[in-house]
Design a protein around this ligand. Structure first.
Ligand code: FES
Length: 181
C-alpha cells in the first residue's frame, strides 16, 4: 500500500458547519533524513467547509509561523481566511495572501478527499498508522484517524453529507468557492 494511497478520515463532512472551519492536531510520520527510524511530527491543520466543498491548509501563517486561529476555530472573515495575529487575509480556494504583511506568500495546502461522507487526508502517513496499516474499509483505503491527535471532534451522524459524484472519492476542489473565477 503506497503512502499516497491511504486516506485517513478525520471527521464527517457534517461535523463542520457550512461556511465554517475547524482545526485538527494530528501527528505525521516522516522519514528521518539522517537514516534513523521514522519520526512523528505534530501536524496542525484546519479544514474549511464551503457548501459541499472542503479545503484544507496547514494551520501556520507564513508571516510569523503562528497558527491562524487566535480564537478557537476562527479562520474566516467574510469570504477570506484570516490570521488572528496581524490580520493577513488569504484566498479561500488557493491560500494565497491577498492582504496584509505576508502578501506574496500563502498557506500550505493539505490534500483532502471526501469518502463516504468523511473528510480524509491523503498523501501523508499519520502516526497511528505507522506500525500497522489498517486495511481499507472500502476500496478507498480509508483509515480512521480520529484519535490520532486528540483534537478531533466527535462524529455527528445527524448531519453527514454523503459522498457523491464519481465513485466514492470526491477531490477537494473548491470549484465555486469565492475567490475562484
Ligand atoms: S502572524 Fe499572521 S499576519 Fe502576522
Amino acid at each position: 500500500m503506497s503512502e499516497t494511497g491511504i486516506a485517513y478520515a478525520i471527521c464527517g463532512v457534517g461535523d463542520i458547519p457550512n461556511r465554517r472551519a475547524r482545526s485538527f492536531s494530528l501527528m505525521r510520520v516522516e522519514a528521518d533524513p539522517d537514516g534513523g527510524p521514522p519520526r512523528e511530527i505534530p501536524w496542525h491543520i484546519f479544514v474549511v467547509r464551503w457548501d459541499r466543498k472542503v479545503r484544507g491548509y496547514v494551520n501556520r501563517c507564513p508571516h510569523h509561523n503562528e497558527r491562524l486561529d487566535w480564537e478557537a476555530d476562527r479562520f474566516l472573515e467574510g469570504e477570506r481566511l484570516v490570521c488572528g495575529k496581524h490580520g493577513s487575509l488569504f484566498d479561500l480556494a488557493t491560500g494565497a495572501c491577498v492582504e496584509g504583511p505576508c502578501l506574496g506568500s500563502g498557506l500550505e495546502p493539505v490534500k483532502l478527499a471526501i469518502v463516504d461522507g468523511d473528510i480524509c487526508t491523503t498523501g501523508v502517513v499519520l502516526a497511528e498508522d505507522a506500525d500497522d496499516v489498517v486495511p481499507a474499509r472500502d476500496a478507498g483505503d480509508v483509515v480512521p484517524a480520529r484519535d490520532a491527535g486528540g483534537v478531533v471532534p466527535a462524529r455527528d451522524a445527524g448531519d453527514v453529507v454523503p459522498a457523491r459524484d464519481a465513485g466514492d472519492v470526491v477531490p477537494s476542489v473548491v470549484g465555486n468557492t469565492p475567490g475562484v473565477s
